[in-house]
Design a protein around this ligand. Structure first.
Ligand SMILES: NC(=O)C1=CN([C@@H]2O[C@H](COP(=O)(O)OP(=O)(O)OC[C@H]3O[C@@H](n4cnc5c(N)ncnc54)[C@H](OP(=O)(O)O)[C@@H]3O)[C@@H](O)[C@H]2O)C=CC1
Ligand SMILES: O=C(O)C1=N[C@H](C(=O)O)C[C@H](O)C1
Length: 255
């Protein structure tokens, strides 16, 4: 059976992830890249592909892939839903309230979509295992390590990990040590300290450290290359037009 061809646009097409996503779509026989947007893109008009720096010039398409910046992602996804695109959102930085608003809008407009804080399988599994471990190890801290060009801290994955852990743990016994240097104990999400490292040579990595009397458990994942996110982006593109709502988390569309 032939799968009908799906058209795709990419917001953030000039970026590190946008370029990987464009390369991916080019390799998929059932998908065609018809447009790309970025504010500093050099406009290009080919017979079936329009690259533009003006969002309103983007052609209609089935799927809107978003790898832009935290400050615009909410506005972009509102635009995508209201213009008939199914959003596949990798950009981090949406607040919980913004996610709810987008979900309501998607339901109202009968437009399925996916928001994935991390498209990498190693990160999705880390979050699953960390959630399970939290039941037995309520005391936990997260260290996330990224390339220095990352615009947001903490990472979307670290926030999602902390939320998943917190939903599955009983009372923790946090340390009450005094900070003699401000910030040295990290920032907190739901009482879970998160430490954000930004260093050259790193791509995207996370460690979850659980401690209990006399023992510790460490779960770690590493994305050494942005190609690690592409299997997840491909799966999202394959499924997004069949989704009935704006789903959060790649784990919710994995078979
Ligand atoms: N969910 C996941 O698995 C992953 C998510 N990410 C997230 O994806 C996002 C992009 O990451 P990455 O590709 O590394 O970042 P880059 O900085 O490499 O790319 C950012 C892109 O956003 C564009 N952009 C900048 N400002 C605007 C704006 N005002 N409106 C629209 N587009 C804009 C840039 O365009 P221009 O060049 O014209 O400035 C560029 O194309 C980040 O939020 C990151 O956290 C990253 C990796 C994996
Ligand atoms: O900016 C990145 O690079 C990444 N961003 C996402 C995040 O904030 O969690 C996913 C991954 O960590 C790479």
């Amino acid at each position: 059976m032939n799968t009908p061809n799906k058209t795709v646009i990419i917001a953030g097409i000039t970026g590190a992830m946008g370029q990987q996503a464009a390369e991916l779509i080019g390799t998929l026989p059932d998908f065609t890249l018809v447009g790309g947007f970025a504010p500093h893109a050099t406009p290009q008009a080919k017979p079936n592909l329009l690259i533009t720096n003006k969002i309103e010039e983007l052609p209609p398409a089935d799927i809107w892939i978003d790898f832009t910046v935290p400050s615009v992602v909410f506005k972009n996804i509102r635009y995508a839903i209201s213009h008939g695109y199914h959003p596949v959102v990798g950009t981090t930085g949406l607040t919980a309230q913004e996610v709810l608003e987008l979900q309501e809008m998607a339901l109202h407009d009968h437009r399925g979509g996916l928001i994935a804080p991390n498209f990498g399988l190693s990160a999705v599994l880390l979050m699953k295992f960390a959630k399970e471990a939290a039941q037995y190890f309520p005391d936990v801290e997260i260290i996330e390590m990224h390339h220095p060009g990352k615009k947001d801290a903490p990472s979307g994955t670290a926030i999602a990990t902390a939320n998943a852990i917190n939903a599955n743990r009983d009372l923790s016994s946090p340390s009450n040590s005094t900070e003699t240097i401000a910030g040295v104990r990290g920032g907190q999400v739901n009482g879970i300290p998160i430490h954000s490292v930004r260093l050259p040579g790193y791509v995207a990595h996370e460690q979850v450290l659980f401690g209990a009397p006399g023992e510790a458990l460490t779960i770690r994942q590493d994305s050494f290359d942005r190609k690690s996110f592409m299997a997840g982006v491909k799966l999202a593109c394959q499924k997004v037009t069949t989704l009935q709502s704006l789903v959060v988390g790649l784990e919710n569309i994995l078979d």
